[in-house]
Each structure stands twice: as structure tokens, then as C-alpha cells.
Design a protein around this ligand. Structure first.
Ligand code: HEC
Ligand code: HEC
Length: 231
């Protein structure tokens, strides 16, 4: 099993490896700042409850998406952070791909850098997982291809200017040159839907969560790399 970093150019590999040059570290730094700030209407800061993130958040991202016991549904890391915004800070949930949510997610996920991705399958997430696996293998869009056609059967091959990787999510949120920004794993998956000329599920859609779970299961053992750097 190979992380996506093994398929990028030497330049990008060096950029990701150097914390001072990696542009994704700007979002991590912003996330660290927000972590310590009280929420808008006087709600407690993340730090007030969770303390030092390097300790309390270490390994957390590697276990997501997971079924949240309180919400009784599958949530990704962004969704879990928004549950705390809503329930613990009495603040508005942060919008998908908003700078604040990306920064907090990158910051929290960064605390798991090097920790192997490890989601457990059980009765609670089995249905989500099965749907994710089915969608991963289903032909979609005008290109009539499934994720598996590229990311299992054709990795290592050139597609336009890119080398197709195994399609793992362990580097996300990641900085993409094409975006000139950090983006979430859902944004990356939506880009693949777009490439296949398939209708893109909206952010937060169950299909995307199911795919995230399936991807995390198939990436089991790969180290979290957040913030990754990609083309
Ligand atoms: C026509 C081929 C093709 C298909 C089909 C496809 N992708 Fe991709 N995907 C790419 C290319 C090209 C990239 C960018 C290079 C890379 O990392 O693979 C990419 C990147 C990714 C990445 C980021 C990997 C990384 O390390 O940065 C993920 C995750 C991903 N795809 C998931 C999916 C999912 C889920 C599906 C099905 C909905 C899918 N892809 C369908 C071509 C494809
Ligand atoms: C008032 C206290 C409080 C505040 C403020 C708070 N949280 Fe939480 N957080 C919790 C508790 C308690 C849990 C455990 C689950 C639960 O009870 O909902 C939790 C769970 C989490 C988890 C999941 C941990 C795991 O092991 O799965 C993450 C991630 C998280 N919080 C991030 C944040 C972030 C980021 C912020 C700031 C935007 C924040 N929290 C603000 C109390 C808080």
C-alpha cells in the first residue's frame, strides 16, 4: 500500500516534508490560534476543555470517520468539530471549506501525523461502510468509471499531467496547488466526481461520508500526513 505522496514530484515531496515551506502549515498555525480563542458569544475555547492539543488530540483523526455516540450517526472530523461548536460552545457550525473549519481540522489532524489510520468496523458503522464500498465500485458519470478503475487497477499510470495514486485520504486536509488553498478530503473526492462528469454530492452528503469511511478502512495502517501537499 502506497500513500499518495509517493506519486507526486520530488519538488512537492520536499515541500510537504519541510514544515517551514509546507503552505498547509499556515492553516495548522491558524487552527492553533482558533483553538485557544473563546467562541463568538462567550463560549469556551477548545483549549478550555481539551487542553494541549498535542496530548488530547493525538491519534484522534486516525479514528475518523466514526459513529458519534451522542449524534448516533457517522461523522468525519469536520463534523465532530462542528458538534463541539454546536453543543459545547453554543456557536454556529462552521461552513464546509470555510477557512476556520479547514484550519481547525488541519490543526487537529496534524496532531496525529505519523499515527496509522485505523477505523474499526462494527455493527454501528457496517451499513455506512457497505454503502461506501458499493459506491467506490460503482460506475458513475459520463466517463462511466468507478473509483476502483483508477485507484486500484490503474495506479502508477499517467493521466494528463498526474500520476494516478491509490486514492488514499491520509494526507487531508491537504494543500493543492490547483486550489491555492488547503481543502478537505470531501473537496478532493468531489473533484474526482467532477472529473468523471458525475453529479457532485453536496458537502456533508451521506455518500461522501460513506466513501470517507471506506477510504479510511482501505488506508488502514498508512500514517496520517496532514497537511499533505498535492498538485
Ligand atoms: C479517471 C480516474 C479516476 C477516477 C475514476 C477517480 N479518481 Fe480519484 N484521483 C484521480 C487523479 C488523477 C487524482 C490525483 C492524483 C492522485 O493522487 O491520484 C486523484 C486523487 C484522489 C485522491 C487523493 C489522493 C492523494 O493522496 O492526494 C482521493 C482520495 C481520490 N482520488 C478518491 C477517489 C474516489 C473516492 C473516487 C470515486 C468516487 C475517485 N477518486 C475516482 C483520478 C481518478
Ligand atoms: C465545553 C467543553 C468543550 C469545548 C468548548 C469543546 N469541546 Fe470538543 N469535546 C468535548 C467533550 C466532552 C467531548 C467528548 C464527546 C462528547 O461528550 O460530546 C469532545 C469531543 C471532541 C472531539 C472528538 C474526540 C475523540 O476522541 O473522538 C474533537 C475532535 C473535539 N472535541 C474538538 C473540539 C474543538 C476543535 C473544539 C473547539 C472548536 C472543541 N472540541 C470544543 C468538550 C468540549
Amino acid at each position: 500500500m502506497k500513500s499518495g505522496i509517493e506519486f507526486v514530484s520530488d519538488d512537492l515531496r520536499k515541500l510537504q516534508a519541510d514544515d517551514f515551506a509546507n503552505p498547509g502549515m499556515l492553516w495548522v498555525a491558524r487552527g492553533e490560534k482558533i483553538w485557544g480563542e473563546a467562541a463568538g458569544n462567550g463560549g469556551k475555547s477548545c483549549a478550555a476543555c481539551h487542553g494541549v492539543a498535542a496530548k488530547s488530540m493525538q491519534g484522534v483523526a486516525a479514528r475518523y470517520p466514526r459513529v458519534d455516540p451522542g449524534a448516533a450517526r457517522l461523522v468525519n472530523l469536520e463534523g465532530r468539530i462542528n458538534l463541539c461548536r454546536d453543543r459545547k460552545q453554543q456557536a454556529q457550525p462552521l461552513g464546509p471549506e470555510s477557512d476556520e473549519l479547514l484550519a481547525l481540522t488541519a490543526y487537529v489532524a496534524h496532531q496525529s501525523r505519523g499515527v496509522p489510520v485505523s477505523v474499526t468496523l462494527d455493527m454501528q458503522n457496517r451499513k455506512d461502510f457497505e454503502r461506501g464500498r458499493e459506491l467506490y465500485n460503482r460506475r458513475i458519470g459520463q466517463m462511466n468509471l468507478a473509483c476502483t478503475h483508477c485507484h486500484d487497477r490503474s495506479w502508477g499510470k499517467k493521466l494528463a499531467a498526474e500520476t494516478v495514486s491509490q486514492g488514499h485520504g491520509n494526507a487531508f486536509p491537504a494543500y493543492r496547488l490547483e486550489w491555492q488553498s488547503v481543502g478537505s478530503l470531501q473537496r478532493r473526492i468531489r473533484a474526482c466526481f467532477y472529473g468523471l462528469r458525475a453529479e457532485m454530492p453536496p458537502y456533508g452528503a451521506q455518500e461522501l461520508l460513506d466513501l470517507e469511511l471506506y477510504l479510511a478502512w482501505r488506508a488502514g495502517g498508512l500514517p496520517v500526513e496532514t497537511p499533505g501537499v498535492r498538485r
